[in-house]
Design a protein around this ligand. Structure first.
Ligand code: GLU
Length: 476
């Protein structure tokens, strides 16, 4: 049985890298008809952020990465960790260490001076049973450390990075239980992955250096070692590590800007994985079907916002064009628009006319602002570069006349377009004499949706008012 897990620490928001880790775990589990679990790694109390766990669960669910197991909280499993640590101590595979921070610092300094690998000098390994009991009785602070076997190669195979080999000489007798009684990440992660029957550990490659420590723990506990899959680093375009300083890295920031959850998932799936086809738009079901560990890359993946914009724009356009087939997503877009725009009974029409021009839904606010409030524009803007003042005035006057006569019930995009074309052909005018000044008169902008679209969204009264203002500007 294939089982994966996502194991975030509740230290803040869901990072884009975390979302990718969760996604790959989910996709692989579902591709293999396996299970996907969620575990909250909350044993580092100094980094704990109130409610971050609940926010994480909410975020993961909002991306539809439904988990079959969990959330399991490590803080509720302290007894289990202690039990295994005690077992290792009684088997002589781990030991109590009472060293103060000052002593450890001192020892480390000396090692650095002598160009030795900085690691615990095993001072407390020499303590007798009686000395240990005495210290425990006196309630001295202690940690429990793993006693690594001497000069032993730890070898494991990562499914992305290949064989990794390191000698125990180069690693520390790691702490298993901290002085606050909580386990370290290394101990808890091994025990939990074993007890939860995790078959594949898929996580960011910042954990690769910790993996030998886990492998040796599995061996010392006599447990089967799961498969390891480390994911390539996420990079900024300048190839530095993706970080908050260079922009948004919290998944929810993208959602707030109006990136659709599916579009973000689609984009993130490609950050380190490649289906080896030309196809770029993938639904979750398609991702599940095509996902494979073999197609995960080793090289760092660059987070490229322009690519994300392109994918998001594709999704928005497609959903709005085919709203009947995409009811839920369409509703999501409309609800988003309602939240960011001024009150209007034309929200759906506004979304429609701008849907081909949005990188994200928040763009809608700026692009459509002229609908709610047109800002002043220079009179010259009304005159198209291949037209002149007289032709423009003629075009506007005729447009006003024709449009005034139009019945409101016929006021829709097709009829409006017909009327404008008739004005041009019947009066020997060019599109530049009619379409251009109407567009500017209605929007105050050089670039906007077509005149018929804006006329339709603004409605007859507001449209005529704006056309009259434009005519006044030209004739006064
Ligand atoms: N708690 C670790 C993190 O926040 C998870 C590491 C792992 O998946 O083993 O990234």
């Amino acid at each position: 049985m294939i089982k994966t897990r996502f194991a975030p620490s509740p230290t803040g928001y869901l990072h884009i890298g975390g979302l990718r880790t969760a996604l790959y775990n989910y996709l692989f589990a579902k591709n293999q008809n396996g299970k996907f679990a969620l575990r909250i790694e909350d044993t580092d109390r100094s980094r704990y952020v109130e409610n971050a766990d609940k926010e994480l669960v909410k975020a993961i669910k909002s991306f539809r990465l439904n988990f079959d197991d969990g959330p399991i909280y490590q803080s509720k499993r302290l007894k289990t960790y202690k039990k295994y640590a005690d077992q290792l101590v009684s088997e002589g595979k781990a030991y109590y260490c009472f060293c103060s921070k000052e002593r450890l610092d001192e020892a480390r300094k000396n090692q650095e001076k002598n160009k030795q690998v900085p690691k615990y000098d095993r001072h407390c390994l020499a303590l007798s049973k009686e000395e240990i009991e005495e210290k425990l009785k006196n309630k001295e602070n202690y940690v429990i450390r793993l006693k690594l076997p001497d000069n032993t190669d730890i070898i494991f195979n990562d499914l992305v990075y290949g064989e990794i080999k390191i000698n125990t000489h180069d690693i520390d007798d790691q702490v298993l239980i901290k002085s606050d009684g909580f386990p370290t990440y290394h101990l808890a992660v091994v025990i939990d992955d074993h007890e939860m029957n995790i078959s594949h550990i898929i996580r960011g490659d910042e954990w690769l250096p910790s993996t030998p420590k886990h492998v040796i723990l599995y061996q010392m506990l006599g447990w089967e070692i799961p498969k390891f899959v480390h994911l390539p680093l996420l990079l900024n375009p300048d190839r530095s590590k993706l970080s908050k300083r260079q922009g948004d890295v919290a998944a929810e920031d993208f959602i707030k800007k109006g990136y659709l959850p599916e579009a973000l998932i689609n984009y993130i799936a490609f950050l380190g994985w490649n289906p080896k086809t030309e196809k770029e738009i993938y639904s979750m079901d398609e991702l599940i079907k095509d996902f494979s560990i073999e197609n995960i890359n080793k090289a760092g993946a660059i987070f490229d916002i322009s690519k994300l914009n392109w994918i998001n724009a594709e999704y928005i356009r497609n959903i709005v064009t085919n709203k009947k087939e995409n009811k839920n997503d369409y509703k999501y877009i409309i609800d988003f628009a309602k939240n960011i725009l001024d009150k209007s009974d034309r929200i759906e029409d506004i979304v429609k006319i701008f849907s081909g021009r949005l990188n994200n839904l928040l763009d809608l606010k700026e692009l459509s602002s002229f609908i709610f409030d047109i800002s002043d524009y220079h009179t010259n803007m009304l005159i198209f570069k291949k037209s002149d003042k007289n032709a423009t005035i003629k075009g506007l006057k005729l447009s006003l006349k024709y449009l005034e006569q139009m019945e409101e019930s016929r006021w829709d995009e097709n009829n409006l377009n017909d009327v404008l074309n008739t004005i041009i052909s019947d009066n020997n005018l060019t599109p530049g004499d009619v379409f251009w000044p109407i567009r500017v008169a209605l929007s105050g902008l050089e670039k906007s949706p077509s005149p018929a679209e804006i006329l339709y969204v603004l409605g007859k009264i507001e449209s005529l008012a704006r056309l009259n203002i434009a005519l006044n500007k030209l004739t006064s």
